[in-house]
Design a protein around this ligand. Structure first.
Ligand code: SF4
Length: 363
């Protein structure tokens, strides 16, 4: 069959006992996760929501310690809604994609102020909150409120495209994947069905070498029967962003470092950084150096050997790092401030800045 004909063919839903098989498997093999309710217990919407926001574009392993820290400090949404944004950003530092932390805080404020500290229990109500898109709304509705809906994350996409051998490439295939994933829901326990698929995707139907022998869906998995299951999901070729270049300036005054806050809106909004140039494709070193902060007593910048590299979702970045030290009374330029080096861990630096500082201070 040609690719175009295969693309148009709709997968068959021909195994009505799949939902029951899925739930039976989940009851025996479910993962234990810090945010997950124990078998038979009701899920806490706050924990489900917090984990789903943290897990966006981040692994379960990376999220675990952050989740524990957050619920220890803010055990419910009302307490988080009363926290300052700065505190939330500080606790979030290192998890990346900082707009999520800002939305997390805005959402907690909205739930606390507009909903009396109680999350809405429908997809529609959840989607009206800051930072909650279609996937997160479906995940919370299914897992916390047992609404009959299927949230489709990357793991579920992989399982479903293999199960039905969906030839259409991502992202165009998303509506079809959602439709087919929904056929795996039984009459009840939507949240458990979704979590079963998530677990199968994470532990059995892995990107490479899926352990099909252990899979409760293996009898009638189209990908396994064809023998090309690893080739799903099909993906459209990736466009990689253009390399941007820039300079960062690591300035010390005794035991203090010169920093500033990024603008509230945009990439890494509100996060802390050392002063730097713009990040532009093809930026020459001399043009980047010309954007150094004006500081009394800096005659010459010392260029550190090598560069710091970082990859954002839509572009790679290369930063040249310059260092200087200034006299103890030197004033910070407008919009900048000195912070003690020993308290840097508590500052809301994004990962790229932590790399820059480590490079600049030879840590
Ligand atoms: S049988 Fe294999 S390919 Fe099919 S869903 Fe299960 S693990 Fe994935």
């Amino acid at each position: 069959m040609s690719q175009s004909r295969a693309t148009k063919r709709r997968p068959q839903q021909d195994a009505p006992d799949r939902p029951a098989r899925l739930l039976a498997w989940y009851d025996r093999h479910r993962r234990t996760l810090p945010w997950r309710a124990k078998a038979g217990e009701r899920a806490d919407p706050y924990r489900v929501w917090l984990s789903e926001i943290m897990l966006q574009q981040t692994t379960v392993r990376a999220v675990g310690p952050y989740f524990e820290k957050f619920v220890a400090r803010w055990p419910d949404v009302t307490l988080l809604g009363r926290a300052s944004l700065d505190d939330v950003l500080r606790m979030w530092a290192g998890l990346g994609y900082y707009s999520r932390a800002r939305n997390l805080h805005a959402c907690a404020v909205a739930v606390t102020g507009d909903h009396g500290g109680v999350f809405p229990d429908t997809e529609e109500g959840l989607r009206a909150l800051p930072g909650i898109g279609p996937y997160t709304a479906a995940a919370i509705a299914a897992i916390a409120f047992d609404r009959r809906t299927m949230p489709v994350d990357g793991n579920i996409e992989r399982v479903v495209t293999r199960l039905y051998a969906i030839e259409e490439a991502l992202p165009q295939a998303k509506p079809l994947i959602k439709e087919m994933a929904t056929t795996l829901l039984g009459p009840a326990r939507a949240g458990d069905s979704a979590q079963a698929l998530m677990d199968i995707g994470a532990t059995i139907c892995t990107p490479k070498k899926p352990a099909c022998a252990l899979c409760p869906l293996n009898d009638d998995c189209a990908g396994r029967i064809r023998g090309d299951q690893e080739t799903f999901p099909r993906k459209a070729p990736k466009k990689s962003g253009v390399l941007r270049r820039g300079a960062a300036f690591v300035v010390t005054r005794g035991g203090e470092l010169l920093v500033r806050s990024r603008p509230e809106k945009g990439l890494l909004g509100g996060m802390t950084e050392v002063p730097g140039s713009q990040w532009q494709a093809g930026l020459e070193d001399a043009a980047a150096l010309a954007q150094a902060p004006e500081l009394k007593g800096v005659g010459r910048w010392h260029r550190k050997a090598g560069v710091v590299t970082h990859v954002f979702t839509h572009f790679p970045l290369e930063l040249v790092v310059y260092s200087a030290s200034v006299a103890s009374r030197t004033r910070a330029p407008d919009g900048m401030r000195w912070v003690p080096v020993e308290t840097l861990d508590g500052e809301a630096f994004p990962n790229v800045m932590r790399k820059v500082i480590a490079h600049g201070l030879d840590l």
